[in-house]
Each structure stands twice: as structure tokens, then as C-alpha cells.
Design a protein around this ligand. Structure first.
Ligand code: NAI
Ligand code: ENO
Length: 369
């Protein structure tokens, strides 16, 4: 658990409670923590009494009792395979409330609710594109949604007041609103979230039989491409199962790319093989250039790498000296060299100050890469 950054509370909250959260794990408790920081009354419910008590202990809200007034808004944050059940139950139990859910897939729960004939006037599906590898209330953070996209799936029948309530919660939590149809949403997350999860997991699975010696050589490249392989297999089985059509299509296309790449590499002497390899690698450059940075895709940063002794105080000293030099640090990442008392501080700065930053740091005795 961690506190929200200062400043999110400067603007008056849009949301009027009580807000009721069903499913007090990572997403539910993070919603609760963020809203509580804005002073909004939050009640919690979970299948697990221990989880709900834990989330309440952390300050994500209070456990709902029969004496509580009806909520104005209900947020369903259960696993995907019970999301439709929980939404239906919420709409029935709290007929005056607007109900949203944060499920990672949007079409399957909607189709299931429609198939059951549930009146969906008060339901607006949504999905914050923010998460962590590990679930559970213990991993929750009030600032999880800050500056992250929050997809809202409304349709022409959605009442304006219902939309305003759901958007208000997303904005109060620092999210950036994006409107999409459930189909657009599922195809988009298939590409930017679900395919990467499968690729990362399969890549990391290749490491299982590797020797200790080979693993010992691992660096940033492997870490970057396998971070999300640490995600919860049960949750991902549900997400992938609920979005299987777009994901299978993407996997087939990706498999064809891999096969084409391997064919070209197998016989690089054949005419055009080198060009095919270069074209695929260059397309990767263009693709990665399209991923939005924290200031949007148009402004990207230059990373400078500074070697630091892996001893207390060194990083603090580096940051102080950067401040003295008037260099604004946009992002920071730390890497440790296995087996050596040395670390690498990767500092993102504006491209126009990168050269000066390196010169000035070297002048002060720092080693850069
Ligand atoms: N983990 C992530 O990175 C993200 C997850 N999501 C979505 O958020 C939802 C929740 O995911 P997490 O918070 O990661 O999972 P989690 O496992 O941390 O929390 C889910 C909670 O729901 C509870 N629960 C299960 N069935 C329930 C029921 N019928 N009624 C009440 N509570 C019930 C569980 O006991 C658990 O505490 C999922 O639908 C997921 O697709 C959305 C964005 C990111
Ligand atoms: O790690 C990341 O890149 C994420 O953003 C995690 C994530 C996982 C599942 C979601 O439905 C949304 C976001």
C-alpha cells in the first residue's frame, strides 16, 4: 500500500458517496484508497471476509453493513468470470445506484448480462488501464490510476447522469477518460495488453530449463520483456478466455511473423533475406516509438546511464548533484550488475540537456555509459 501523490486532492471531488466496492482486491482496494483520500465515503464487500477486513484496515473504506444507506454508485472489481453475476446482483440490490465494473474485458460480461435479460440502463462498463503483476488488497495503491487511461463503454441508451457519475469516479482517481465501444476496447487491449502478456509468459517459460550460468547473464532486455510474466495465471486464464477471438487472431499473426523471421535468418544468403530481417527489426523501432511516454508520444526522453557504487548514499548524491546542475530528471530506473558492487542509474532527461548532463556529471567524477 502507498499513499497518493500530493496534489490530486487540490480540486474538489466530483463523486458524492457512498461508493460501494464489490471485490476488495488489488483494483477494488486501490479504488477505495484513492476515493478515501478524496474524502469520499466508501463501503467494501468481498467474498473473503479476511480480504475485506484487510482492505478496510489499510484505509480503503469500511465493511458494508445492512444499516448502511444505499450507495450512489457501485464498482464491481471481482475476477472476470463472476463479473456479470456481481453486476447483475448489484443492479438488483441497489436499484437507485449506477453500477460500473473494472473488468479487463468488456464484451463478454455485457453479452452475458444481455443474454440474461438484465435491465442495463444503470450499468456503464469501464476499464482502468492500470494494474500490477500481483493481485490482492495488500498490493493496492491510491495512486494506481493517476495519469492512466480509463476506458468508458457507454452506448446511446446510457443516461447522461449515469455517465457523469462513472466518469467522475475515474477523474477523481486521476484517470484519463477514453470512450470506446466494448468491441473496440477488446480488440485494442488484445493488442496492447493481452498479446504482450502471452508473449512475455511464453518467453519467460523458455528460461525454466536454462542453466544458472545462462540466467546469470540476464540484463535489462530480458527483465523488460518478461516483467509481466510474473502475473497471476488464474486471472489471466479468465481474461484471455473472455477475449479469445481477438487474441487468437493476434497470436496467429504474431506466429507468422516469427516464422517469417526464422526463415529469413535460417538462410540469410537467399536473395532478400537480409532485407526482410532488417525490415522487421526496423518496424519494431517504429512500433516502440508509438508507445506513449509519460508526456505523450510526441515528447520522448533521452536516457543517460550513470554507474554508481552499490553503497548507501550514492544514489542520493547523484540526484542532489543533478539538481545542482539544473538537470530535470523525468524518470529513473535502477539496474544492479549481478555479482558486482555496482549499479546503473538510468536517468531520462529531455534530449536537449542530455549532452550537457553527461559532460557535467563526468566533470564531477561520475562515470557514464
Ligand atoms: N490486476 C490487474 O492488473 C488489473 C485487473 N483488472 C480487473 O479488475 C478485476 C479485479 O482484479 P484484481 O483486483 O487484480 O483481482 P484480485 O484477485 O486482487 O481481487 C479480486 C477480489 O474479488 C473477490 N471476489 C471474487 N468473487 C467475488 C464475488 N462474487 N463477490 C465479491 N467479491 C468477490 C476476491 O475474493 C478478491 O478479493 C478483474 O476483473 C480484472 O480483470 C483491471 C485492470 C488491471
Ligand atoms: O503492467 C501493465 O502494463 C499493465 O498495465 C497491467 C494491466 C493488466 C491488466 C489490465 O486489464 C490492465 C492493465
Amino acid at each position: 500500500m502507498s499513499a497518493a501523490p500530493k496534489g490530486n486532492g487540490a480540486r474538489a471531488a466530483r463523486t458524492r458517496g457512498p461508493v460501494h466496492v464489490i471485490g476488495a482486491g488489488l483494483l477494488g482496494a486501490s479504488v477505495g484508497l484513492g476515493l478515501r483520500e478524496r474524502g469520499i465515503d466508501v463501503t467494501l464487500e468481498d467474498l473473503s471476509p479476511t480480504t475485506v477486513a484487510l482492505a478496510a484496515d489499510y484505509g480503503a473504506g469500511r465493511v458494508r453493513t445492512a444499516a448502511d444507506p444505499a450507495p450512489a454508485i457501485v464498482i464491481v472489481a471481482t475476477p472476470p468470470d463472476v463479473a456479470a453475476d456481481a453486476v447483475e446482483r448489484a443492479l438488483t440490490s441497489f436499484p437507485s445506484a449506477v453500477v460500473t465494473d473494472v473488468t479487463s474485458v468488456k464484451l463478454a460480461p455485457l453479452l452475458e448480462l444481455t443474454r440474461r435479460g438484465v435491465d442495463l440502463t444503470n450499468y456503464v462498463g469501464s476499464h482502468p488501464m492500470a494494474g500490477r503483476e500481483r493481485g490482492g488488497a495488500i498490493m493496492a495503491r491510491a495512486d494506481l490510476f493517476v495519469a492512466r487511461p480509463w476506458v468508458i463503454c457507454r452506448d446511446e441508451a446510457t443516461p447522461a447522469e449515469a455517465l457523469t457519475l462513472v466518469e467522475g469516479v475515474a477523474l477523481d482517481l486521476g484517470g484519463v477518460l477514453i470512450e470506446m465501444t466494448p468491441e473496440e476496447h477488446d480488440r485494442s487491449v488484445g493488442l496492447v495488453s493481452h498479446l504482450p502478456q502471452v508473449v512475455s509468459s511464453l518467453l519467460a517459460a523458455r528460461l525454466v530449463p536454462a542453466t544458472e550460468q545462462a540466467i546469470g547473464l540476464a540484463g535489462g532486455g530480458l527483465r523488460d520483456t518478461t516483467r509481466i510474466a510474473a502475473s497471476d495465471p488464474e486471472l489471466w486464464m479468465q481474461i484471455l478466455g473472455a477475449n479469445r477471438e481477438p487474441v487468437v487472431e493476434l497470436l496467429d499473426a504474431f506466429g507468422a511473423d516469427i516464422a517469417a523471421f526464422a526463415d529469413a535468418l535460417r538462410d540469410p544468403a537467399q536473395t532478400g533475406a537480409k532485407r526482410r530481417i532488417a525490415d522487421l527489426l526496423a518496424a519494431g523501432n517504429r512500433g516502440v516509438g508509438r508507445i506513449p511516454g509519460k508526456h505523450g508520444s510526441s515528447e520522448r526522453f533521452t536516457t543517460i546511464t550513470v554507474l554508481i557504487d552499490d553503497t548507501p548514499g550514492q544514489l542520493g548524491l547523484l540526484l542532489t548533484e543533478l539538481g545542482e546542475l539544473g538537470i530535470n530528471m523525468e524518470d529513473l530506473r535502477l539496474e544492479h550488475s549481478p555479482g558486482a558492487q555496482i549499479g546503473f542509474a538510468e536517468i531520462a532527461v529531455l534530449p536537449e540537456v542530455a549532452e550537457r548532463a553527461i559532460t557535467d556529471l563526468v566533470e564531477r567524477g561520475w562515470r557514464t555509459l
